[in-house]
Design a protein around this ligand. Structure first.
Ligand code: NAD
Length: 498
C-alpha cells in the first residue's frame, strides 16, 4: 500500500509549497517497506503554521464553550465512524496489530475528545466567585493560553495527538502539532477530521520532521505552551528550551515501572497482569511494568504459569484478528531492544526464561524483513542489572524476587523514574497500603494499563511534569485570572491628606 505524500498542514489545508525540500519515509515495520513520503516542514512553514494558529486564536478563544463542544463532539463521531480506516493506517505506520489499533488507539482518543467536550459544556471552564467582605468580592476566570505546541512520541500516535489537542482546543487554545517522524501518518487525517467537524482554519496545524523541527516550536515566542511526550533525555531539552521563554509545559516521559505481586495473590491473575504490563503493544508502552517483584515462595509457581501463558502471544499477519503481537516500530528501535536482550544474557547474566535474540518462529516468510523480536522474560534478575535499571521500551520482562514487603517497596521506589506502579493481591487493604507507599503518578490495583479519559495521568520524579486527562487535564491548558471588585466607593490609600 502506498499513500499520498504528506505536507505541512496550516490554515485548514496541506500546503505543498513547491515541495522541493527534504523528505523522509514512513516504513511499515512488519515488512520494512516504505508506505508514504513526508515533506519535512521548513523553518518558514513552521513559521506559517504558528502564525496561522496565532491568527485563529482570538476568535476560537471567544467562541462559547458549548459551541466549541459541539464541534469537538462532531470530530469524535467522525473518528468513531472512520475507526477501522484509521486503525489500518496506524497498523501500517506503527506495526501494531489491527486487533489492537481498532479497539484501543482511535477509541481512547475519541473518548478523550468527548470527555473534554462534555466537560466544557457543563461548566468545566467556570471560575469561582466569593465575597471577600461586605463591600468587596472576588471572581476568577480560566483563560486559554494562546497557541500551544504538541510534540508526540511514536508509540500511540493518534491517541497522543488527541490527548493533547482535545483539552487544548476545548479550553479555547489553538495548536501546532508535530507528530513523531517515525509514525506521522495519523496527523493529516486528524487535521482533516477537525476541519470537517467545523473547527476554524488555523486552529489545528501540523508540522513534520525530527527534533530540529520540534525545537523551532519549543523556543518560538509565538508559542505559549509545550505539551511533550517522549524520552526523559529529550524532555529535559524541551523543558529547558521552553523555560527560556517562560512557557507552560506538560511533560509525559519514560518509565521503568514496578509490579508488586503479594504473597496471597491469585497467580493466574498476576501473570495476566504482568503479561499485559510487558507484551501489549510489543512492550512499547510508557507505563510498562517491566520490573516484576515476586515473593520468593511464589517464584516457581509464577514462572510455570507465565511460561505456559507465553504461548498465547501470537505474532503474525497484522490484519489477522488473532494476531496480538507485532514487530517493533523501527530498525533503530529494533537494534536497541535486541542490544538489551543480548546484554541481559551476556553481561547481566540474568536467567533467560523465554524468548531471547532472533525472530519469533511463527513469522510468515513475507514478513521476515520486519522488525520482529521475541517476547522475552529474564528471571533471577537483580536491581543493579542494566536491563532492570533502564527503560527498554520493548517486550522484555525482568522478574525479581523479594523476601519482605518493605524490601519490595523500597526496591520498587529505588529509581529516578516514577511513571506507573501496580500491586496484585487478594488482601485489598494490603494492596492499598503498598500503593500508598509507591512513588508513581499512575497506580493500579489488580489490573494494569487501563487509562480512561476521566483519570488524570502523569509521571512523578523524572517521568514528567503535570498530567493529561481528567478534570486536572483541562486545568493544564488554562491560566487563572482573579479579579477583586471593591464596591465601597473609595480606594484604600496611604496617600490621603493629613
Ligand atoms: P523521543 O524523545 O525520541 O521523541 C519524542 C518527540 O520529540 C518526537 O516527535 C521527536 O521528533 C521530538 N524531538 C526530539 N528532539 C527534540 C527537541 N530537541 N526539541 C523538540 N522536539 C524534539 O521519544 P520517542 O522515542 O518518540 O518515544 C518513546 C518515549 O516516549 C519513551 O521513553 C516512552 O516512555 C515515552 N512515552 C511517554 C508517555 C507518557 O505518557 N508518559 C507516553 C508515550 C511515550
Amino acid at each position: 500500500m502506498s499513500l499520498p505524500d504528506r505536507h505541512t498542514f496550516y490554515n485548514g489545508k496541506p500546503r505543498s509549497n513547491g515541495s522541493s525540500g527534504p523528505t523522509f519515509q514512513s516504513i511499515d515495520p512488519s515488512t520494512n517497506k516504505p508506505i508514504c513520503t513526508i515533506h519535512t516542514s521548513s523553518a518558514s512553514e513552521v513559521e506559517q503554521a504558528i502564525r496561522s494558529a496565532n491568527l485563529a486564536f482570538p476568535s476560537w478563544a471567544s467562541t462559547p464553550p458549548v459551541e466549541r463542544s459541539r464541534i469537538l463532539l462532531k470530530a469524535a463521531s467522525l473518528l468513531r465512524a472512520r475507526n477501522d480506516e484509521l486503525a489500518k493506517i496506524e497498523t501500517l505506520d506503527t506495526g501494531k496489530p489491527f486487533s489492537e489499533t481498532s479497539t484501543v488507539d482511535i477509541v481512547t482518543g475519541a473518548d478523550v475528545l468527548e470527555y473534554f467536550a462534555h466537560l466544557i459544556a457543563s461548566g468545566g471552564l467556570n471560575g469561582e466567585a466569593f465575597h471577600l467582605r461586605d463591600s468587596a468580592w472576588v471572581y476568577t476566570a480560566k483563560e486559554p493560553l494562546g497557541t500551544c505546541a504538541g510534540i508526540g512520541a511514536w508509540n500511540y500516535p493518534i491517541q497522543i495527538a488527541l490527548w493533547k489537542s482535545a483539552p487544548c482546543l476545548a479550553a479555547g487554545n489553538t495548536m501546532v502539532y508535530k507528530p513523531s517522524e517515525v509514525t506521522p501518518l495519523h496527523a493529516q487525517f486528524l487535521a482533516e477530521i477537525y476541519t470537517e467537524a467545523g473547527l476554524p482554519d488555523g486552529a489545528f496545524n501540523v508540522v513534520y520532521g525530527d527534533g530540529q523541527v520540534g525545537s523551532l516550536l519549543t523556543k518560538h515566542p509565538g508559542v505559549a505552551k509545550v505539551s511533550f511526550t517522549g524520552q526523559v533525555a529529550t524532555g529535559r531539552k524541551v523543558a529547558g528550551a521552553a523555560a527560556g521563554e517562560m512557557k507552560y509545559v506538560t511533560m509525559e516521559l519514560g518509565g521503568k515501572s514496578p509490579v508488586i505481586v503479594l504473597p496471597d495473590v491469585d497467580v493466574d491473575q498476576a501473570v495476566d497482569g504482568a503479561m499485559m504490563a510487558n507484551f501489549f503493544s510489543t512492550g512499547q508502552v510508557c507505563t510498562n511494568g517491566t520490573r516484576v517483584f515476586v515473593p520468593e515462595q511464589l517464584k516457581t509457581k509464577f514462572e510455570e504459569v507465565l511460561v505456559r501463558k507465553m504461548q498465547y502471544i501470537r505474532p503474525g499477519d497484522l490484519m489477522d484478528p488473532n494476531t496480538n503481537f507485532g514487530p517493533l516500530v523501527s530498525k533503530i528501535h529494533y537494534e536497541k531492544v535486541l542490544g538489551y536482550i543480548k546484554h541481559g544474557i551476556d553481561v547481566d547474566r540474568a536467567r533467560l526464561l523465554c524468548g531471547g535474540p532472533g525472530r519469533p518462529e511463527s513469522i510468515p516468510l513475507g514478513l521476515k524483513d520486519g522488525y520482529w523480536v521475541r517476547p522475552t522474560v529474564f528471571a533471577d534478575c537483580t536491581d543493579d542489572m542494566k536491563i532492570v535499571r533502564e527503560e527498554i521500551f520493548g517486550p522484555v520482562m525482568s522478574i525479581l524476587t523479594y523476601s519482605s514487603l518493605d524490601e519490595a517497596v523500597q526496591r520498587a521506589n529505588n529509581t529516578e523514574l516514577g511513571l506507573a506502579a501496580g500491586v496484585f493481591g487478594r488482601d485489598i487493604n494490603q494492596c492499598h497500603r503498598v500503593v500508598k507507599q509507591l512513588q508513581a503518578g499512575i497506580t493500579w490495583v489488580n489490573t494494569w494499563g487501563e487509562s480512561p479519559a476521566e483519570m488524570a495521568v502523569g509521571g512523578w520524579k523524572q517521568s514528567g511534569v503535570g498530567v493529561e486527562n481528567g478534570r486536572k487535564g483541562l486545568e493544564a491548558w488554562v491560566r487563572n485570572k482573579s479579579t477583586l471588585v471593591e464596591m465601597g466607593g473609595s480606594v484604600p490609600t496611604v496617600f490621603a491628606k493629613l
